[in-house]
Design a protein around this ligand. Sequence first.
Ligand code: A2R
Length: 314
Amino acid sequence: MTAKPEILIQSPWYEPAMCRLDELGVTHHLWQAADPDALLAEVGPRCSIIGTFQVCPASLIRAVPNLELILTFGVGYDGVDVAEATRRGVRVVNTPSVLNDCVADLAMALVLAGRRQVVQADRYAREGRWERDGDYPYTLHVTGCRVGIVGLGRIGMEIAARCAAFKMEICYHQRTPRSDVPWTHHPDLVGMARECDILVVIVPGGDATRHLVGEEVMAALGPRGHLVNVARGSVIDTDALVRCLNDGRLGSAALDVYPDEPRIPRALLDITANLTLTPHIASATHHTRMAMGMVLHDNLRAWLDGRRLITPVN
Ligand code: A2R
């Protein structure tokens, strides 16, 4: 009988799924270690697999000399140094597709919350202002709006399906036009923003999309426009967002992601009138987090059986 592989868990994910890896290997939990460097020095050379919640720098890859496979929990892998892994012949798998519906659901929640001011209206009701100050001010409609989807990939398509149910006029921006959808492709993001009421951002993070949504895009979306980000914090220029929300060049925004999570910049926290914030919860339901965890589990089992990886990144 061959020995079980040893797995270094860099950061934890959904516990009921993560613990299933113990069926397949011996896990060492770096995130729980009192002295992580000592644990790494001790077990690093024995581990052939790293499991992580989207963080795996080159330094960690180098500290595990017999590494063969990285399991990263989530679809975005901008926190994993895939280039370094590839250079060393290390395979990487992520968890795409199973989270499409939950991320799209939250994107719509942020569209609705922002346009109809659900959170602000809740505060108004609780503070007794309805009785004191009268009816809540009018908000902006959702059904029939013009929506621009920045990144019409797996998740973007689910968002589009939901927008279609809201009778929205749909267009999208990405580098390559799709031949399988009837919606208008805009190669120019500023031009698209000018024609939209709502912009939903769902592209990968990383250098290629850093500050893709900057001041010019926000100003083009305009004083009655609503910007939703469920992609990565790096995709939006946060300083520009603060300026545009404060001076009214952009109507409103709703964010689930931030450049330096779990920290949220004070300047964002201070904006309450036209900004809705959630703490990166898009895929964070029991159902979806279990499914994501099992994608990693199934990949590892396939790897150990000598079968093809199910969701390889490289
Ligand atoms: O540009 P294209 O034709 O490769 O389309 C992809 C688009 N995209 C971009 N659009 C504009 N400028 C870019 N530099 C750029 N890079 C990529 O984003 C594609 O339509 C979409 C990504 O779709 P998928 O690869 O299917 O990703 P999925 O599963 O929808 O997830 C998107 C992201 C994740 O990477 C996480 O960061 C986040 O959602 O949760």
